[in-house]
Design a protein around this ligand. Structure first.
Ligand code: AHG
Ligand code: MN
Ligand code: MN
Length: 338
């Protein structure tokens, strides 16, 4: 069969087809995913030419977390916020780059079903050196009544309540992966036609793998249980599938994506200087916990399932362990310690 005749499904076709399974669906979720896909295409164009234009370097401000903000972080934030504000599906947003949530509060948005939280550019310290970076997002159905502005409670829902979650990797190719309760699917951007094209249908996370991903430089700052597990990964003999391979890019989107496809475990534990962990619950950990769990894996903070944590702040941090089911279960036998 020639390539030209091969049936390829676009993101829009897929989301609309999925919608048909729900007789009462309004199409708003499809619309929201299309909006995210559109903003991601715009961000992709800028990421691709980051070396060509004067867009590299610090923006000269620090964000709410006290970290350096790069110009592309700001650009990406504006793109995602812009499409969601002008779309018909989203009543408000929360972002790593914004101190507080933004409630759109106009007639259309007040009647929109969803709110969205996102990390517009994850791994942005890697922009200057051509390493893959990404976007992570999380979608909740509002708990406040339609017809009124969204409220803080719409955002502060535990991850288990996510309706959808996804990520984009701006890498050797650009891919958008999203999950609903029904499954996880990946779409690669075909640059010749500018369409997201189904490339990874029904992603399943292998129950085990050979990869562990952790910042080894922090080894002596980790709790004893984590250190024991890292040692166990390195000491595995051939018979038990070892030794495991250590892979850590420093862009969580790429690290978790690789482990989701190949099998593996990703860890960002609490350290002695960051006792609450580094990664943000609402727009880094919850979306990945949802995606990986739908794909058959597990995600915890070392003690509890990530998706069951009750958030109190959109920017709160958490220790994060996520990956293949059996590897996660083995890790938990070492940590928190028993
Ligand atoms: P961000 O660029 O949005 O601040 O997030 C970067 C995150 C994550 O992608 C990555 O896994 C982690 O920070 C890397 O942190 P370390 O350099 O401390 O290992
Ligand atoms: Mn991030
Ligand atoms: Mn970021």
């Amino acid at each position: 069969m020639s390539l030209i005749n091969r049936r390829v499904q676009t993101l829009d076709e897929f989301t609309i087809q999925q919608m048909r399974n729900f007789p009462n669906a309004t199409g708003e979720l499809s619309g929201l995913l299309r909006d995210m896909g559109l903003a991601a295409k715009r961000v992709n164009v800028e990421v691709n030419k980051a070396g060509l234009v004067d867009i590299l370097g610090d923006y000269g401000t620090v964000n709410v977390q006290g970290e350096e903000v790069k110009k592309l972080d700001v650009y990406a934030n504006e793109q995602f916020m812009g499409v969601l504000r002008h779309g018909i599906s989203c009543a408000g947003i929360g972002s790593e780059e914004l101190d507080d949530v933004v409630i759109f509060d106009d007639e259309i948005s007040n009647n929109s079903k969803y709110v969205c939280l996102f990390d517009p550019l994850d791994g942005s310290a890697n922009i200057d050196v051509n390493v893959s970076i990404g976007t992570i997002f999380s979608v909740y159905r509002r708990v406040s009544p339609l017809g009124s502005p969204a409220t803080k409670e719409d955002f502060l829902q535990p991850g288990i309540k996510q309706v959808a979650a996804g990520y984009v990797i701006y890498g050797s190719s650009t891919i958008l992966v999203y999950a609903t309760r029904r499954g996880v699917n990946g779409f690669t951007l075909d640059p010749s036609i500018g369409e997201w094209t189904m490339s990874h249908p029904d992603i399943i996370c292998p129950p085990t793998g050979k990869i562990f991903s952790v910042n080894h430089g922090n080894f002596f700052k980790y709790d004893e249980g984590v250190r024991r597990y890292i040692n166990a990964c390195q000491m595995k003999d051939k018979a038990s599938g070892g030794p495991y391979t250590q892979r850590y890019i420093g862009s969580m989107v790429s690290d978790v994506h690789r482990n989701l496809i190949k099998g593996g475990i990703f860890m960002y534990p609490n350290t002695s200087d960051k006792p609450g962990g580094k990664l943000r619950l609402m727009y880094e950990c919850n979306p990945f916990a949802f995606i990986v769990e739908v794909a058959g894996g597990l995600a915890t903070d070392g003690h509890q399932r990530i998706l069951e944590l009750q958030p109190t702040d959109v920017h709160q941090r958490t220790p994060f362990f996520v990956g293949s089911k059996l590897m996660m279960e083995e890790m938990q036998t070492h940590y928190p310690g028993n």
